[in-house]
Design a protein around this ligand. Structure first.
Ligand SMILES: CC(C)(COP(=O)(O)OP(=O)(O)OC[C@H]1O[C@@H](n2cnc3c(N)ncnc32)[C@H](O)[C@@H]1OP(=O)(O)O)[C@@H](O)C(=O)NCCC(=O)NCCS
Length: 174
């Protein structure tokens, strides 16, 4: 069963290898915090918290194809949520994933309201034909209600388990 934890740049090599194994050229950065899902010692899902131009950005959410559609992505989002508590957080989302990101409070915003560099990234993706938009999780949001039974404190050290329930415990993973 996948377990979920937060790591920092020390996990970079494994995170980059996971993206590469999925055919992605994404490279994580040492300064980032990363939510990873692991099964049998292997990374099966990643989502990164990036600091860009003074803004907080959720990037490159990815779950191993064989494990998709079973609730793992939502559990990873819920592990990500405390990392951005009290801060505005942006993401570029595919049109079909607005409900998915909405589960931790992201809402679609006009691209004109986005930071310049994100608007430029969005426009580049739209030119390539991707159907995407900008979403924002506002700083004023409280944590998701469903987390009331979980440990609310983000890890004090950079590579500490969040003590979220395992996927089995959360009964959300077939
Ligand atoms: C997007 C992604 C991370 C979701 O992870 P996941 O483990 O499959 O997600 P979950 O099983 O937790 O999905 C929960 C809900 O999200 C929504 N959702 C997830 N993937 C979806 C998709 N491809 N299309 C439409 N809705 C989707 C659904 O509402 C789903 O609920 P449902 O199963 O009751 O329909 C995963 O599909 C993935 O890695 N996709 C490829 C990379 C990608 O597109 N990343 C996002 C970049 S913006």
């Amino acid at each position: 069963m996948p377990t979920i934890r937060v790591t920092d740049g020390r996990g970079k090599a494994r995170v980059d290898a996971f993206y590469a194994s999925a055919g992605r050229r994404t490279r994580s950065a040492l300064a980032e915090r990363v939510v990873i899902a692991e099964e049998h010692g292997c990374i099966v899902g990643v989502v990164r918290l990036c600091e860009e131009e003074g803004h907080c950005v959720l990037r490159t959410m990815f779950v191993k194809e064989a494990l998709r559609g079973k609730g793992l992505g939502v559990l990873m989002l819920k592990a990500f949520e405390p990392l951005v508590q009290g801060r505005d957080c942006y993401c570029l989302s595919f049109d079909h994933l607005t409900t998915f990101y909405g589960q931790i409070g992201f809402v679609s915003i006009p691209k004109e309201s986005a930071p310049d560099h994100l608007r430029e990234r969005l426009e580049a993706n739209l030119r390539k034909g991707d159907k995407m938009l900008v979403m924002l999780r506002p700083a004023c949001l409280a944590r998701h209600e469903d987390l009331s039974g979980m440990e609310p404190t983000p890890p004090a050290s950079p590579d500490t388990s969040l003590r979220l329930p395992t996927v089995a415990e959360a009964s959300a993973f077939g």
